[in-house]
Design a protein around this ligand. Structure first.
Ligand SMILES: Cc1cc2nc3c(=O)[nH]c(=O)nc-3n(C[C@H](O)[C@H](O)[C@H](O)COP(=O)(O)O)c2cc1C
Length: 311
């Protein structure tokens, strides 16, 4: 039997597959469509302190080899999470990572402190990289926290003070140098990095001359972004010592293995779940078959084994 177990900070996962935030809800609805037992962990839809309605429709559009979304962090807020979502999460076998986004340092801290008190929560993912909202911690309308090393470090430091749980910082590819931001998060106390969130994009209907999304721009995900994501995680793996969790267009076991070879200790599956809710189980089977065929006993022995050095 091959060993698929991996650790990220204080978190141990039975396998490296994680459901990506915003593509798996809070697990309950997906449990009706697929078997959750194949997943190492689930990242919840990002929660905010207060409920958010999200952006005006349309909020989803298909693109060649991907999709654009401008959901805008629609969620029912922290109280609803505590009263209505936790009950189900307590029952499942996969580890739970709660994704949080705050409008201020105090909000980030309240969210982190509150979810840290829940027995079923194993880790926190800081969503500093959603391209579909105005980040009130930043000055410009489209600037994300994870586009600014100082703001990233400040949030990580503030949250670090409020939780002993494994802290994961989710980065955006919409930057000149992702390693600069990754290093800032590492220095500020993040236990791991998650990369990448979606890439800001635009789709236009030429018949009407209008954008296809209500907010005009949105985040691109799916196979179209895989090479960008792979490049980002590979660069990060050479720049930081903390584990990297990769995401961006993973649809198959071989996609997931590419991320692991590029330097990721775990991977997140997002858009693939919209096409096939069982995607993660299939990806896990494909990884197991690959390991068996190639007589690789431990998935960890593949992490960061990309041949060639680059510049
Ligand atoms: C509809 C949709 C909603 C998303 N919502 C969130 C979210 O709430 N928080 C977050 O951190 N990422 C969110 N993401 C980004 C995904 O978690 C993931 O990082 C990204 O889509 C890249 O992976 P993929 O190509 O496998 O989907 C969302 C993505 C999609 C497609």
């Amino acid at each position: 039997m091959e060993n698929l177990k991996i650790t990220i900070g204080r978190l141990t996962l039975k396998n490296p597959l994680i459901a990506a935030s915003g593509t798996f809800g809070y697990g309950e609805e997906m449990a009706r469509l697929c078997d959750l037992s194949g997943l190492g962990a689930i990242v919840t839809k990002t929660i905010t302190l207060e409920p958010r309605e999200g952006n005006p429709p349309p909020r989803i559009v298909e693109t060649p080899a991907g999709m654009l979304n401008s959901i805008g962090l629609e969620n029912k807020g922290l109280k609803d999470f505590m009263f209505n979502k936790v009950k189900f999460l307590e029952k499942i076998d996969a580890r739970i990572i709660v994704s949080i986004a705050g409008g201020s340092m105090a909000e980030f801290q309240t969210l982190a402190e509150t979810v840290s008190g829940l027995r079923c929560v194993a880790a926190i993912e800081l969503n500093l990289s959603c391209p579909n909202v105005i980040h009130t911690l930043q000055s410009s309308r489209y600037q994300l926290i994870a586009q600014d090393r100082k703001a990233t470090a400040a949030v990580v430091r503030a949250v670090r003070k409020k939780t002993r749980l494994t802290l994961i910082t989710k980065l955006t590819p919409n930057v000149t140098d992702i390693t600069d931001i990754g290093k800032a998060a590492e220095d500020a106390g993040s236990d791991a990095l998650s990369a990448i969130n979606t890439i800001l994009g635009l789709s236009i209907d030429i018949r009407t001359g209008k954008p296809r999304l209500g907010r005009i721009v949105g985040g691109l995900s799916g196979p179209a972004i895989k090479p960008v994501a792979l490049r980002c995680v590979w660069q990060l793996s050479r720049a930081v010592k903390i584990p990297i969790i990769g995401s961006g267009g993973i649809m198959t076991g071989s996609d997931a293995l590419e991320f692991i070879i590029a330097g990721c200790r775990a991977v997140q599956i997002g858009t693939a779940h919209f096409i096939d809710p069982e995607a993660s189980s299939k990806i896990l089977d494909e990884i197991k078959t690959f390991l068996r065929k190639n007589r690789i006993r431990d998935i960890m022995s593949l992490v960061g084994t990309l041949a060639g050095k680059g510049d």
